[in-house]
Write a protein that binds this ligand. Structure first.
Ligand code: SF4
Length: 226
């Protein structure tokens, strides 16, 4: 597998914020968000692939995860779904002992073999503020697939009030229930987060949507492996 990092921390985003977890960060991504905070997983114009990516066997990945002795795994990226077949094999070793969350940008529909092994999907679809071509961000099949799953939460990254129309249109178009939606501030530093999070929380509240802060940013700013 192509792996960026494996580490123990607390879940900083979403409904399990604050929980003690192991992160498996896969390398590679199929999008190029302008504000991506993990460009070291895919931006080979600015990062050195040979330094950033460890090519590990599935057994090596399993052993590294198991050494932490924490039975809650968060698979993130990059875009983990780019290595979906390897994830099926990895999770077939770790289940049923582990609770498994997968963070994805919602552009690749998972196969049933993988969905059977995942407890929770944290889908973070990208919108105009990511500066990706919109046709790459909105995959109808994927939206429909995830919106029909009770174990899926949609986490939209919000910069300001002008993002809300686009998000609420997507929520309506794909019949996503409000309980499945979290708005999350676009912020990479403690200072940026402190400036923006109050207004994004109010925006979520006034639109009857959920809110997620970024606890890891609040605690550790831009430090990696946290
Ligand atoms: S989808 Fe995620 S990992 Fe990929 S570029 Fe966007 S923020 Fe970064």
């Amino acid at each position: 597998m192509k792996i960026s990092e494996i580490f123990k921390s607390i879940q900083g985003e979403g409904i399990n914020t604050g929980k003690d977890v192991v992160f498996l960060r896969t390398a590679l991504c199929n999008l190029k968000c302008s504000w991506c905070d993990t460009k070291y997983t895919w931006d080979w114009d600015n990062y050195d692939y040979s330094k950033e990516v460890k090519e590990l066997s599935i057994n090596q990945v399993k052993d590294e995860i198991e050494q932490f002795n924490i039975k809650h795994l968060v698979i993130t990226g990059g875009e983990p779904m780019m290595q979906a077949d390897d994830l099926v094999e990895l999770l077939s070793f770790l289940k049923p002992d582990y609770y498994v969350e997968v963070e994805t940008n919602g552009t690749i529909v998972p196969k049933k073999m993988l969905t059977d092994l995942v407890d929770q999907w944290n889908v973070s679809p990208k919108t105009s503020n990511s500066n990706n071509p919109l046709e790459m961000c909105e995959d109808s099949e994927c939206y429909t697939f995830f919106s029909n799953r009770e174990n899926c939460f949609f986490k939209f990254v919000v910069e300001n009030k002008s993002d809300i129309d686009e998000i609420t249109k997507l929520v309506k178009k794909y019949s996503i229930s409000n309980e499945q939606v979290l708005l999350m501030p676009q912020a990479q530093t403690k200072e940026e987060l402190a400036t923006i999070e109050g207004s994004i929380a109010s925006l979520a509240n006034s639109n009857n949507l959920g809110f997620s802060s970024r606890l890891h940013v609040k605690l550790w700013g831009t430090q990696r492996g946290k």
